[in-house]
Structure formats: structure tokens, C-alpha cells
Ligand binder design. Structure first.
Ligand SMILES: [Zn+2]
Length: 87
């Protein structure tokens, strides 16, 4: 019953409950960042869809707003061959 659009999917409150951070990356330069859900909840509505968090972000490396966000479930980064870091 899950449709993969930006309007649905896990919300910030879901990640906070599961202690799962948000993975964000820049489509312009490939910069990766892992954001704890806690601080995001202080800035955004807790019902904000994780995919929609990207609209509030810009890249700290190149300034691009072409950001994508998704839940950073443990192990996914390794499976995908990425080295995630939380700088
Ligand atoms: Zn960038």
C-alpha cells in the first residue's frame, strides 16, 4: 500500500521513533551527509515526509539545492557501496 512519491513514505516522526537518521546527498556534486532526526524535528513539522526534507536543505559543499533525502537505515550505505559520513 506504499506509493513511492514525495507525498508519502516515512515521516520525520517515524525516524525519530526508530532512531534512524536522514541521509541527504547532493545531486550536483555528490556530497553526502547524515542528519540526525532530532535537530530536524526542531526546525520542521514532525509529520514532514523524509523525502520532502530535501526542499529545506542546500548543499554545504557547493550550495546546490538539488538535494535528495531518504531514511538512513543501518547497513544500507554499505550495501550500496557508499561510505556515509556525518561531518
Ligand atoms: Zn553539492
Amino acid at each position: 500500500m506504499v506509493t513511492m512519491t514525495e507525498a508519502v513514505g516515512p515521516r520525520l516522526e517515524d525516524l525519530a521513533r526508530q532512531d534512524v537518521p536522514v541521509a541527504a546527498w547532493c545531486q550536483a556534486c555528490g556530497h553526502h551527509k547524515v542528519l540526525p532526526a532530532g535537530p530536524l524535528l526542531e526546525r520542521l513539522d514532525r509529520r514532514t515526509a523524509v523525502a520532502a526534507v530535501a526542499r529545506r536543505l542546500s548543499c554545504s559543499a557547493c550550495g546546490s539545492r538539488r538535494i535528495e533525502t531518504r531514511p538512513h537505515y543501518a547497513g544500507l550505505g554499505v550495501v550500496a557501496g557508499h561510505r556515509w559520513h556525518g561531518e
